[in-house]
Write a new protein. Structure first.
Length: 168
């Protein structure tokens, strides 16, 4: 199973792709889709959709995992994140890729064993689990790998129908 994890943001969206089999989980690719601060939101959304389409066309994606919606104190920032999430969800839906949402706490539990692990602790655990050097990997990309791993841990469970969230 090839899983695409996506840590959504308007200016820097992280992605992580893993191959997950019952006895073998490995990192395939990871990185970020960056949009400059001077770009209009509509251009950022176009570039996000294009970047996700490129990943879909380059890999045989079986499922996607994205960060669940959150409630922010700044409504404008929350709305902008909602635009980016909606853009990515639409792109995944157009490609008929089943998508699942996970909270940051679920990802931390899956990768780090604690829902209160720091981003750095999660990155170190991902490094060990996926046997990768995280030194030069941006935080948004390691967060995306964590999302993909979280989905893999649930999807590979023999009783996965009990553990998988509803598709979004």
């Amino acid at each position: 199973m090839i899983i695409l994890g996506i840590d959504t943001a308007m200016r820097c969206t992280g992605y992580g792709i893993i191959s997950a089999e019952p006895d073998n989980i490995r990192a395939v690719d990871c990185g970020v889709i960056k949009n400059g601060k001077s770009l209009k939101h509509t251009e950022c959304l176009r570039r996000l959709a294009g970047g996700i389409r490129e990943l879909i066309n380059s890999y045989s994606i079986d499922a996607a995992a994205i960060e669940g919606a959150f409630y922010g104190k700044n409504i404008k920032t929350t709305m902008i994140l909602g635009y980016a999430r909606g853009c990515i969800m639409t792109t995944l839906a157009e490609a008929d890729i089943p998508s699942y949402a996970y909270s940051p706490k679920e990802v931390k539990m899956s990768a780090g064993g604690s829902g209160f692990a720091s981003k750095q602790q999660v990155a170190v655990m991902l490094s060990a689990i996926l046997n990768i050097d995280i030194t030069n990997i941006e935080t948004d990309a390691t967060d995306a790998l964590g999302l993909a791993l979280c989905h893999a841990n649930r999807a590979l469970n023999p009783e996965s129908e009990l553990f998988l969230p509803k598709q979004i």
